[in-house]
Design a protein around this ligand. Structure first.
Ligand SMILES: [Zn+2]
Length: 96
């Protein structure tokens, strides 16, 4: 295991995320974060992606209902977009 320290760009809080080193390498090698770290919570994955801590997410989006799985939907959607995934065609752009 390795500990990744992330600093929240909003509140400056330092957070720790524990991952397996080989998974970290997979992520750095281009694997989707949810594939590389299936055992991390959405909050932890967000810490790795942006450093924004769960407290600041709550402030930004005002979602105080308990951590439902819904909170991961937008994240995966957004992330796919970064890699050129076209949700309308259902495939990666250029591969259709
Ligand atoms: Zn924060």
């Amino acid at each position: 295991m390795m500990t990744i320290l992330t600093t929240c760009p909003i509140c400056g809080k330092v957070n720790e995320v524990n991952v397996k080193f080989e998974d970290y390498l997979r992520w750095q090698g281009g694997d989707l974060i949810q594939d590389a770290f299936p055992y991390l919570s959405a909050n932890d994955r967000e810490l790795l992606l942006s450093g924004i801590c769960p407290q600041c997410w709550d402030k930004m989006y005002g979602e105080d209902d308990d951590e439902s799985e819904d909170s991961t939907d937008w994240e995966e959607y957004d992330y796919d977009f970064e890699f050129g995934f076209d949700p309308y065609a259902g495939c990666y752009t250029g591969e259709c």
